[in-house]
Design a binder for this molecule. Sequence first.
Ligand code: 13P
Length: 249
Amino acid sequence: MRKKIVAGNWKMNNDLAQTETLITELKAQNGAADVEVMIAPSFTNLWQAFNALKGSSIEVIAQNMHFAESGAYTGEVSAAMLKSVGIKTVILGHSERRAYFNESDAILAKKVDAALANELQIIFCFGEELADRKSGNQEAIVANQIRNALFHLNAAAFKNIVLAYEPVWAIGTGETATAEQAQDMHAFIRKTIANTYGAEVADSISILYGGSCKPSNAKEIFAKPDVDGGLIGGAALNASDFFAIVNAF
Ligand code: 13P
């Protein structure tokens, strides 16, 4: 059975007080027992969030990390630092990191290695831009993003990897991929994994959809056989919307 996951990526939102308020509201919500719920606050609020959610089933995860163990990388945060505040999962490869912070496939491959070496689970993001979709190149783009950052790994490493397909044209735009577009791409991703690592690895990896996912469309998207949950941006900043998505399975 693949894990069902709904993860909220808070991006650069919520200061300490807002983080505490939203966590209090999230704790008052009830999610289905078979769905893993995660939230990714800013680095500055991870420790507070981790403590506030002790004993809760909501996992606190990180939005990013550096590939180096330590050293002269001003402004960066290492895997060991994340672990030291209780973090077990990190998002890597988000399109905003790729677009605004020049994270290439080569850099992401190094981050993937560093996260796995530190026994962190990875939510690995990728997705095509609008021009790629318009020219019909979306599958080639996605296959390359996955191959370049992940296909140096052995099959066992995939136990610690969750994939998140986030078409760039659907992020924060209000425009969601249709459930059919999500299913077609997720099936393609699973086939790409199967071709290299075999059916067992492909059938056990969770593939999340992200991009303007909200209570009104989550049910239809999550009903698709290759969609195992969502990576949620804007709608994760409101506790009842977020849990409406969690409960959309
Ligand atoms: P939105 O849900 O705001 O479109 O953001 C999706 C996303 O980027 C999650 O990582």
